[in-house]
Ligand binder design. Structure first.
Ligand code: ADP
Ligand code: ASP
Ligand code: MG
Length: 404
């Protein structure tokens, strides 16, 4: 008997018909003799709608109350799906994160799974029940509900799979696998049979929303056998694993991220320790900085520009302004109409000519590069947001053709 964790995203449980469809998949897996644990997301656009409702009441609502509100979406899904399975005569129980004991740490709205109690779920599995767990939520040391960040239900599923040593963790979604880029934006995108944890982690971190990046991090750490597949078509999806047979190309995929911004700290003194002070302040404020460029001005002052998530701009500006006199800069500028395009692949940095091909594709499309950032397995460029889709298509076509 195998233990299988199945996660269904928002569009897969959008309405009654889709919930019945999902119940059918769960029922088949259960009837095939498996133990089944299921994680569900909120239905369709529920989470966005709840955010909108909160804005109407108080645009500056606390993160604690936001989590209290947003976590309700997932609870609706598990209860409805449990009802569908009950209607099919199957033994089932739905559980919120606090009932399971999904313990989290860190900030509200962006917490991390610390550990998962096994007792309650195990008891239900031992009674041969299908266990449905609300995704995206956990409970912190104050007993408060927290959420795991947008797209976090993937992480709930992988965390459960890791905690229970599941044989397989299936992420069902509205595409039939992981592609070389977003198939909804680039029609020529090619479906991958498999991808490594490292490549998928980088793609997810660079904007490919098909998997929450922390879910991939956990899957790698605990060697979870992960698969992304469609809830609407029954066919094999894409496996995410440690090692993958080398494909013809050294590139696994291309990603676009339009949730980034750039801040420039202008007119810093050209002394040792300045960069250290700027970035340790940002680090202490929990702000994740990505690409960094330092340029020296004519009068020996210097500017430091860096990219960060758009959502953190306000906080970063506040922290830097607060320390303006001790840092000794002239002023700050913010640019948020930018996008990042990244190519990801195990051999990116040690395959000659890859960077040149990427830059050539952008040159041919007449797109200006503002910043470049590289790591062993990725090359990212910062460009104008309005060029993002053109750039994604051009770079993808350069490495994978137009799909014909
Ligand atoms: P769910 O609601 O099931 O969690 P998401 O919307 O979070 O689904 O993720 C699925 C979407 O991810 C797809 O509809 C697709 O548009 C997008 N996507 C982005 N990059 C990729 C990629 N490389 N491969 C597949 N899908 C991708
Ligand atoms: N419902 C949450 C969101 O929309 C979590 C998820 O779908 O994974 O972000
Ligand atoms: Mg998702």
């Amino acid at each position: 008997m195998s233990l299988i964790v199945q996660k269904f995203g928002g569009s897969s449980v959008r309405d009654a018909e889709r919930i019945r469809n999902v119940a059918g998949i769960i029922a088949d897996t259960y009837k095939a003799g498996n133990q089944v644990m299921v994680v569900l997301s909120a239905q369709g656009d529920t989470t966005d709608d709840l955010i909108e409702k909160a804005r109407e009441i108080n645009p500056r609502a606390s993160r604690r109350e936001m989590d209290m509100l947003l976590s309700t979406g997932e609870q609706i899904s598990i209860a409805l799906c449990a009802m569908a399975l009950e209607g099919m005569g199957l033994p089932v129980v739905s559980l919120a994160a606090w009932q399971v004991g999904v313990h989290t740490t860190g900030a509200y709205s962006d917490s991390r799974v610390q550990r998962i109690d096994s007792e309650r779920v195990q008891r239900e599995l031992d009674k041969n029940k299908i266990v449905l767990v609300a995704g995206f939520q956990g409970v912190n040391r104050f007993g408060d509900v927290t959420t795991l960040g947008r797209g976090g239900s993937d992480t709930s599923a992988v965390a459960l799979a890791a905690a229970f040593g599941a044989d397989l963790c299936q992420i069902y979604t509205d595409v039939d696998g992981i592609y070389t880029t977003d198939p909804r934006v680039v029609p020529g995108a090619v479906k991958l049979e498999a991808i490594t944890y490292d490549e998928m982690l980088e793609l997810a971190s660079q904007g490919a929303q098909v998997l929450h990046n922390r879910s991939v991090e956990l899957a790698k750490k605990y060697r979870v056998n992960l698969e992304v597949l469609s809830s609407l078509e029954r066919k094999p999806g894409t496996k995410v694993k440690e090692v993958v047979k080398m494909e013809k190309t050294s590139i696994a995929g291309v990603a676009k991220d339009t949730s980034v911004a750039r801040i420039a700290v202008v007119g810093l003194e050209h002394n040792p320790g300045v960069a250290f002070r700027v970035f340790s302040l940002l680090g202490r404020a929990n702000i994740n900085v990505d690409a960094i460029i330092q340029s020296i001005g004519r009068d020996t002052s210097k500017d430091i520009s860096f990219t960060l998530p758009r959502a953190d701009v306000e906080e970063a500006m506040r922290v830097l302004e607060e320390h303006k006199s001790s840092l000794g800069f002239d002023h700050l500028t913010v640019e948020d109409k930018i996008a990042k395009i990244s190519i990801v692949g195990a051999g990116v940095m040690n395959t000659p000519g890859v960077a040149a091909r990427m830059f050539e594709a952008l040159y041919d499309a007449n797109i200006n590069i503002q910043m470049i950032n590289t790591s062993e397995i990725k090359i990212s460029v910062l460009i104008d947001e309005e060029d993002a889709v053109t750039a994604l298509r051009a770079v993808h076509a350069k490495f994978f053709g137009n799909g014909d």
